[in-house]
Design a protein around this ligand. Structure first.
Ligand code: 5RP
Length: 220
């Protein structure tokens, strides 16, 4: 917990008065939102765009004004977590099921600061099963198409029922073991009809902050 908190809090130091800030989702982004909330209480004037219903609720509870992404021309800075980060700063995201909104928000941001603990750094992506958001119609078909790309897909469940995203879709977690060409795979997956988006984030990160259990943070 200390590692995630340290990375998240250091990232919040980049937030300046007047900015529109993208709020990530997950247990690391949680600490960033908490810290932003306390800076807002101390007078920091920002507005936020959230990547999930959960993060939006937390922001509102903390007194952070939240805008709809549709009403925003560009986000100055987004702070979000990741499930894996490779040496080129490509990411796997979506462990919390928010990958679609996270990718839309990241793509609308001038800067994306990725906040992780040291366990998330990998040589090559793929040990973490790649989350893919799909529509419920024909979900079995879509999973078989995903399998043809070389993975073992499994439908994410919650209390024995399909997990439903904030967008009303399903998540399939794809075990690729090791992803050799992440950029190519990102496009191949998104070409499958029924796939909405996948959790490969290629060249979207502008900075990575890695937290360690002793509270130190390495900025990449
Ligand atoms: C949610 C995400 C999260 O950022 C990712 O799963 C990391 O989560 P955590 O900070 O809890 O380890 O992509 O969809």
């Amino acid at each position: 917990m200390e590692s995630k908190r340290a990375a998240a809090e250091q990232a919040v130091e980049y937030v300046q008065d007047g900015m529109i800030v993208g709020l990530g989702t997950g247990s690391t982004a949680y600490w960033a939102i908490q810290k932003l909330g306390s800076r807002v209480k101390d007078g920091l004037g920002i507005q936020a765009v959230a990547t999930s219903v959960q993060s939006e609720q937390l922001a509102l509870e903390l007194g952070i004004p939240v805008l709809s992404l549709s009403d925003v021309f560009e986000i100055d800075l987004t702070i979000d977590g990741a499930d894996e980060v490779d040496s080129d700063w490509n990411l796997i995201k979506g462990g919390g099921g928010a990958l679609l909104r996270e990718k839309i928000v990241a793509a609308a941001s001038k800067e994306l600061i990725v906040v992780v603990d040291h366990t998330k750094q990998v040589q090559r992506l793929g040990k973490f099963h790649l989350p893919v958001e799909i529509v419920s119609f024909g979900a079995g078909q879509t999973q078989r198409k995903l399998q043809k790309l070389g993975c073992i897909p499994s439908l994410r469940l919650h209390q024995n029922k399909p997990f439903i995203t904030d967008n009303g879709n399903y998540i399939v977690d794809c075990d690729f073991k090791e992803i050799k060409c992440a950029e190519e795979l990102e496009s191949s997956i998104n070409r499958i009809p029924g796939v909405v988006e996948n959790g490969l984030f290629i060249r979207l990160a502008s900075k990575v902050m890695v937290g360690y259990p002793n509270g130190s943070v390495q900025e990449l």
